[in-house]
Design a protein around this ligand. Sequence first.
Ligand SMILES: Nc1nc2c(ncn2[C@@H]2O[C@H](COP(=O)(O)OP(=O)(O)O)[C@@H](O)[C@H]2O)c(=O)[nH]1
Ligand SMILES: [Mg+2]
Length: 188
Amino acid sequence: MLNLLALNHLGWRSFFQQQLSLDELEECSVARVMEHHRSSYELMSNEGSMPLPATPNYPAMTVGDWVLLDREHRLIRLLERQSLFSRKAAGSRVTAQLIAANVDTVFIVCSMNQDFSLNRIERYLALAHEADVEPVIVLTKADLCDEPEQYVEQVRQLDSLLMVEAVNALDISSVEVLIPIAFSKSFS
Ligand SMILES: Nc1nc2c(ncn2[C@@H]2O[C@H](COP(=O)(O)OP(=O)(O)O)[C@@H](O)[C@H]2O)c(=O)[nH]1
Ligand SMILES: [Mg+2]
């Protein structure tokens, strides 16, 4: 039987649970891919971490993926992803290189000084949208900047619904505003 409380902390959601049959809920276990090595994956489940040796017939998996395992911790199947960051592999037109799966929120960080670039923020926003991941723009060095509002306004012009936070990254009480945003998708 799945220990849902522990799994929720690993990012388990109803979206994944709905992919399991009642028998699978009773008989199997689920785990999340934490690391991807050359010949194995490192998984985390509510029983702790465990290696999964890679075999050629496995589907392509990446960090963040959820897998269904049998009692002997063998792979039954890869669960459908809620989101996926990938890029075209170098030198290949067809193979995608998987970067991370099932990310809820991505923070796009840019400092409010001469390095500030609306174009760069837009490029990252496009990647987030392509991946189906909620973007949050984090503008740093608010303490060194005369008019942080002016930068926030520029970003808002891209998309009025976009979440934008101006912070002093060196001040915990300032960065704290990001905590509820990071966890807003948990337990849903
Ligand atoms: N005062 C202040 N310093 C910061 C802030 N964010 C980063 N730094 C410092 O700036 C330096 C470069 O940090 P980094 O995060 O790479 O910022 P970047 O300049 O945008 O690349 C480091 O010494 C950080 O400690 C901030 O919000 N306020
Ligand atoms: Mg830097």
